[in-house]
Design a protein around this ligand. Structure first.
Ligand code: GUN
Ligand code: ZN
Length: 428
């Protein structure tokens, strides 16, 4: 057994729908881990009896939280993060597609995959839902890198059979075969999962979307991820390409792509009725604040989505997103809320990054909190990692104040250690 003594904070419920406290905080806490799972988590004074002769690692002064869940990120975009100019559609053509074309080269994909998963771990992200490039081999490189580290990673090859440069498009039957083979080889291997990944409606023909729906129906434990209602020009073009669809979401609905295991990135311009339909289907939304600000896409209506009961997670959306850090992303989520007159609650923010993200992926029995029997994916945070934090934190008046300052001022520098299934995978 492993034992860690530190302050511990995690969410056990959704603070937006819970009367009273949704979080558990142990100022002097103890986390017990065995065989990759949490054995117990609570006050040191109450759990010390269960230690037996297990040595305790004293991390007093540090904060243990669950590993972060990134519900939307693009693996082949690491090299064009922070590319200047353009909104979504021009950004895709000018920066993104050329960068993704490079992933046809297996060596390039393998090197990038190593960098990508290490960068996730450095930032405290232990689980992620990831877009690959259109190339099957690039997704295999990513799965192999995550498998080596036992990460809870779900990914898929982007489906795109139109409106992309030659060399970056696939075909209906070619992409069906690629997906069948990726699912057979990787879905359920270790902690990996496959997600059917139509890039967005603009890049997929009716036939390809129908095929994606068929593959999903054949594999009920596979996920689905795509983009929805991110940018005004994208929405106008989608309506032209799908004149029979009642709205953008309906494009995905009519092909059987909206269900309990579906995650829709952005949804910035979605109307109330569509949030209602997502909630009824049990589908989830990934809020990507740094991306929505960077591309000038708009301000996500988080309170409206919550009011309709949609499952919510947070996404970095690298490379339109500008950071791998979920902490920094939460700080930017707060600023998006400020521009809408909605102040994001710090506990709800941490919920989005942990248990909320886990629920968005249907993984709440496995990850998202530090309750007994869950997989021991957790972080040791150093709240004095920078001179500014070291000065600001002791001045905090409450746990809420500390947590809020952590999301506004914190980033990868705060993540001292990252544990995946009880094994240390990163140390600063
Ligand atoms: N919509 C379609 N593809 C993309 C992408 O790569 N990034 C973002 N942010 N939106 C998209
Ligand atoms: Zn995206």
């Amino acid at each position: 057994m492993q034992a860690y003594r530190a302050s511990i904070l995690h969410l056990e419920a959704d603070p937006s729908t819970t009367d009273g406290e949704a979080h558990a905080f142990h100022e002097d806490g103890l986390l017990l881990v065995a065989e990759g799972r949490v054995v117990a988590c609570g006050d040191y004074a109450k759990l010390a009896d269960e230690l037996g002769d297990t040595p305790v690692e004293d991390l007093t002064g540090k904060l243990i939280v669950p590993g972060f869940v990134d519900t939307h990120i693009h693996f082949p975009q690491v090299d064009i993060i922070a590319a200047h100019g353009e909104q979504l559609l021009d950004w895709l053509e000018r920066h993104t597609f050329p960068a993704e074309a490079a992933f046809a080269d297996q060596g390039h994909a393998e090197a990038a995959a190593e960098f990508f998963v290490e960068e996730l771990l450095r930032n405290g992200t232990t689980s992620a839902l990831v877009f690959g490039s259109v190339h099957k081999a690039s997704v295999e490189a990513l799965f192999a890198a995550a498998l080596k580290r036992d990460m809870r990673l779900i990914a898929g090859k982007s489906l795109m059979d139109r409106n992309a440069p030659p060399g970056l498009t696939d075909t209906v039957e070619g992409s069906r075969a690629d997906m069948q083979s990726l699912i057979a080889d990787w879905h359920g291997k270790g902690r990996l999962g496959y997600a059917v990944t139509p890039r967005f409606a603009i890049s997929c023909s009716d036939e390809q979307l129908a095929m994606a729906g068929e593959v999903l129906a054949e594999h009920p434990t596979v996920w689905m991820q795509t983009h929805l209602s991110e940018n005004i020009r994208e929405i106008v073009d989608t309506a032209k390409l799908f004149p029979d669809a009642k709205d953008y979401l309906d494009v995905y609905e009519r092909f059987g792509l909206v269900g309990k295991r579906s995650v829709f990135a952005h949804c910035v311009h979605l109307q109330g009725d569509a949030f209602q339909r997502l909630a009824q289907a049990g589908a989830s939304v990934a809020f990507c604040p740094t991306s929505n600000l960077f591309l000038g896409s708009g301000l996500f209506p988080l309170e409206t989505a919550c009011a309709h009961g949609v499952k919510m997670g947070i996404g970095t959306d690298v490379g339109a997103g500008t950071t791998f850090s979920i902490l920094h992303t939460l700080g930017e989520a707060y600023k998006v809320g400020q521009l809408r007159g909605e102040a994001l609650d710090p506990f709800y923010a941490l919920y989005l990054a942990t248990l909320g993200g886990a629920r968005a992926l249907g993984l709440e029995d496995e990850i998202g909190s530090l309750e007994a029997d869950k997989i021991a994916d957790f972080l040791v945070l150093d709240l004095a990692a920078t001179p500014l934090l070291a000065r600001r934190m002791p001045a905090a008046r409450s746990l809420e104040d500390r947590l809020f300052a952590l999301t506004v001022l914190g980033d990868d520098r705060v993540v001292e250690r990252t544990y995946v299934a009880g094994v240390e995978r990163h140390r600063r």
